[in-house]
Design a protein. Structure first.
Length: 393
């Protein structure tokens, strides 16, 4: 059995109570190994049989006509913007409270990221603040679904409709989650997913782009394949393949797609275990959180989460930092998220960084993530709860 769920204690580490508990861990076993063997015996380059199979499984899950596997979510975001024709001279509004990839992708296609604040409840792009930051050059909004909770998509989709903007969803953390029954990543013009080691479904490094418009999907296929019509050639739609546009290489190897195929077989079990752990955290932490004024992740009946992250929001930065130190001392890996992009060394230099971001700053200063992955055992979860509430370990 491959089990990467636990960090081996460093020989020089101070004695912690029990073994260290990792923040996240992929669940790999013989299923992935068998599938990789199969891929190695066949085609190992991209757009092969496993790639096609995983793409159609994802398209069915999401209810979209076309999904393209990519080398990462960062690349899926780039590919989405390129296929939608977004580039130099245009602006894209995204949240400051996000991973750097969101803004990097906008820069990589030659457009300008304009940072906006998040909404306090969902921790996603705030529609009102996004609207305040629109200009005649704004071409798209790029909301992020943090932790597997939907951004306020009703307000954002309404804004996009009123102002004629494209919507690209950073659903890197959103596979399996939904908003009013609609899968995240299938609500806008394009949805981008990550299969990085830390995500719910993983192949180490990988991504996917979900598209609703077939014309945009055709453009994306060509850009993904170095600007050639190779995808159409492989389907037998054209008799030779050639250079038809400017492109790059965003194709995922079939070896990695084989790992994804195995992970999708397990998807329901992965989600079920995460849901059990989240439910136990809620139950075990509810009283403590009320007493301490700590906020647990929101639960809204119209937003089904995939429990990608279980986060606590403390009443102060000092309280958060103290708890993080206490957890680390007990071998519980708890970390915060993110340095808001507007306050990062590079983000500060961007012309699109203007105004204030009070919610992003408050949340980034007070948020703490607890270990969350399917290899946590019941005793591990109890240990985390005891460490958080300060009861004897
Ligand atoms: C993980 C993540 C990404 C980047 O995904 P990669 O596949 O590593 O490129 C982008 N945005 C968000 C919100 C993420 O969590």
């Amino acid at each position: 059995m491959l089990r990467y769920g636990r960090l081996e204690p460093r020989p020089d580490a101070p004695p912690a109570t029990g073994r260290p508990l990792a923040l996240s861990a992929p669940w790999f076993d013989e299923t992935e190994l068998a599938r990789v063997r199969e891929a190695l015996a066949g085609r190992t380059s991209g757009d092969g049989p496993f790639c096609r199979r995983v793409e159609s499984r994802l398209a069915e899950m999401l209810g979209v006509p076309r999904v393209l596997l990519t080398t990462s979510c960062t690349h899926a975001l780039e590919l989405a913007l390129l296929a939608l024709g977004i580039g130099p001279g245009q602006e894209v509004v995204c949240p400051s409270f996000t991973f750097v990839s969101t803004a990097n992708a906008i820069l990589r296609v030659g457009a300008s990221p304009v940072l906006a604040d998040i909404d306090e409840t969902s921790l996603g792009l705030d529609p009102a603040d996004a609207e305040r930051r629109l200009s005649p050059r704004t071409a798209a909004i790029l909301p992020v679904h943090y932790a597997g909770f939907a951004a306020p998509m009703d307000g954002l989709l309404d804004l996009a409709l009123r102002r004629d903007l494209k919507v690209v969803e950073d659903a890197a953390q959103g596979l399996g989650a939904s908003f009013r029954g609609q899968p995240l990543g299938a609500l806008g013009d394009a949805g981008c997913f990550s299969f990085h080691e830390t995500k719910n479904v993983t192949c180490g490094e990988g991504g996917a782009l979900a598209l609703r418009d077939r014309k945009v999907a055709e453009r994306a296929e060509i850009i993904r394949e170095k600007g050639t019509n190779r995808a159409a050639f492989l389907r037998g739609e054209v008799d030779k393949y050639t250079w038809v546009a400017e492109g790059s290489s965003y194709v995922l190897s079939d070896v990695l797609a084989a790992i994804l195929d195995a992970q999708l077989d397990k998807h329901e079990r992965i989600e079920a275990r995460r849901a059990e752990i989240a439910a136990r955290y809620r139950q075990g932490l509810r009283r403590w959180a009320e007493t301490e004024g700590v906020r647990l992740p929101e639960q809204a009946p119209d937003r089904a989460t995939n429990n990608h992250i279980f986060h606590l929001i403390f009443p102060s930065e000092a309280a958060r930092d103290a708890k993080q130190r206490a957890l680390r001392a007990r071998g519980v890996m708890a970390t915060f998220h993110y340095v808001p992009l507007h306050s990062s060394p590079f983000g500060r230099t961007l012309p699109g960084t203007r105004g204030t971001f009070p919610v992003s700053e408050r949340v980034a200063g007070r948020l703490l993530r607890l270990p969350m992955h399917p290899l946590l055992e019941d005793a591990d979860v109890e240990r985390v709860i005891e460490a958080v509430t300060g009861r004897a370990a």
